[in-house]
Design a protein around this ligand. Structure first.
Ligand code: NAD
Length: 476
């Protein structure tokens, strides 16, 4: 264990250089604070940049490009595509290192001091740093942004099974890959490996995939996975994994019936847990709940007045953009601004094929909460631009309050759902009503028209779908 002898002081110390931490460090510096950013890894960027969102999106793009070379045949285009795994891995690495250097440049231009080492609280005003020349840091305020790590199942640990970290390293293209978990990570990387040539079997505990989204939307991804994977096993669980030579012998239970199958690789994607247990939080007043999450208020302040917490270690979705927003709230609060995390909508995006995105409330949540809502659904199959892309799978669903017509939520499954969801999120934040979406001129021919069309369906004014029969007409 390396312990230095230097002691430093800062207005704000940020622990963790992911999309929560590095954004907090930059913003705090812009607000005139002396900032130290402590990061245990050699690179800045956190899981999102180094072994999460960015490398996965690079691989998803590459594997979808490969898929497009196959589907272009219907347009009269034929390609012979080969996969050079070493070059693909290298390119993904270049994307990551380019962005990491970008963050380092931003930090150094703002005078943020970066300390590489592992931070633990000594008390509510100081940190001890392990593995650095800097022994400790005294602070006025600290922002904890230590993120999360993948969970293993009791029988997958120490058996050479992959988590997202190993899967993103692209160690090989297994002939037959078992993915445990049909959530964000399991499906996104399941599609990548299927695209690169693996026979993918995905085992999901629930009777559906991507349980956070409405079922009618996630079912579109489910059907696509059923086409691209060898098997999607719902209402199933893995109960044992044994290493047999280079292979994995896996027991899978469905409806109480166990089967044994052999795979070349096993990838565990059953959720992530917060990195809070080894921070010395017991030496502060910070409160941690039974799931290891730090309890915070609207300003991202913990029970300890000098200490803030943001990102995956706090309540709410484990999403980079939520962490970045919280970073701004925490730093602006520290700087004495009137800031609060009072966002009405946090968009969620799953980069599958097709992409799935939702924001605000889902229709299922609205029903659970007893809200009286109206919905409008428009299929991409009726949209010119989607047809020209040769990719018209999916739909847009707009959810509004039945009386006030306030836009409460939007769900999109289909081409560029990841980008389209931003307009819907802005609409919810701005308190838009249905008419705002209906009368806003959307450029033609674009995918963005699908949101206007879905709003028009909800407003009974859509001309691009057959006129729905009124209840009275239907009776006549
Ligand atoms: P997840 O919660 O999205 O999905 C885990 C899935 O595993 C669930 O569907 C669950 O029912 C299933 N499961 C749990 N135990 C199981 C078992 N024993 N057998 C079979 N299935 C089991 O978790 P994740 O995919 O690991 O992702 C973690 C978090 O990371 C996500 O919640 C998300 O917030 C974040 N993430 C976001 C993105 C993105 O924004 N595009 C991408 C990746 C990850």
């Amino acid at each position: 264990m390396v312990m230095g002898s230097l002691r430093q002081k800062a207005d704000v110390v940020v622990i963790g250089a992911g999309p929560g931490g590095y954004v907090a460090a930059l913003r705090a510096a812009d607000l005139g604070k002396e900032v130290i950013l402590v990061e245990a890894r050699e690179q800045r960027g956190g899981v999102c940049l180094i072994e999460g969102c960015i490398p996965s999106k690079a691989l998803i793009h590459a594997s979808e490009l490969l898929e497009e070379t196959k589907s272009a045949k219907k347009m009269g285009l034929t390609f012979k595509a080969d996969v050079d795994v070493d070059q693909l891995r290298k390119w993904k690495g270049q994307v990551v290192s380019g962005l990491t250097k970008g963050i380092d440049g931003l930090l150094s231009k703002r005078g943020v001091e970066v300390v590489t080492g592992y931070a633990r609280f000594e008390n509510s005003k100081s940190l001890a740093i392990e593995g650095s020349d800097v022994a400790g840091i005294d602070f006025k305020h600290c922002i904890i942004a230590t993120g999360s790590r993948p969970i293993h199942l009791p029988f997958t640990e120490d058996k050479g099974c992959w988590t997202s970290k190993e899967a993103l390293d692209l160690p090989k293209i297994p002939k037959r890959l078992l993915v445990i978990g049909g959530g964000y990570i399991g499906l996104e990387l399941g599609f990548v490996y299927a695209g690169l040539g693996s026979k993918v079997v995905c085992v999901e505990f629930l009777d559906r995939v991507l349980a956070g989204a409405d079922r009618d939307l996630s079912d579109v991804v489910k059907k696509s996975a059923q086409k691209r994977f060898e098997k999607l096993m719902l209402s199933s669980k893995v109960t044992a994994v044994e290493k047999k030579g280079d292979d994995f012998e896996v027991t899978i239970e469905t409806d109480g019936k166990a089967t044994t199958e052999t795979f070349d690789a096993v990838f565990v994607a059953v959720g992530r847990k917060p990195n809070t247990e080894d921070l010395g939080l017991g030496k502060t007043k910070v409160e941690v709940d039974d799931r290891g999450l730090i309890v915070t208020d609207e300003q991202c302040r913990t029970a300890d007045p000098n200490i803030f917490a943001i990102g995956d270690i706090t309540h709410g979705p484990q999403l980079a953009h939520k962490a970045s927003r919280e970073a701004k709230v925490a730093t602006e609060t520290i700087a004495g601004h009137n800031a609060a995390f009072d966002n009405r909508a946090i968009p969620a995006v799953v980069f599958t094929h097709p992409e799935l995105a939702w924001t605000g409330i889902t229709e299922e949540e609205a029903k659970e909460q007893g809200k009286n809502v109206r919905t409008g659904v428009f299929p991409f199959a009726a949209l010119g631009r989607a047809k020209t892309l040769g990719n018209a799978e999916g739909m847009v669903k707009v959810i509004v309050d039945a009386e006030s017509e306030l836009v409460l939520g939007v769900g999109i499954v289909g081409p560029s759902a990841s980008d389209l969801i931003a307009e819907a999120t802005l609409a919810i934040e701005m308190g838009a009503v249905l008419e705002d979406l209906m009368v806003t001129i959307h450029p033609h021919p674009t995918l963005s028209e699908s949101i206007m069309e879905a709003a028009e369906v909800a407003g009974d004014a859509c001309v691009h779908l057959p006129k729905p029969k009124k209840k009275a007409d239907a009776k006549a």
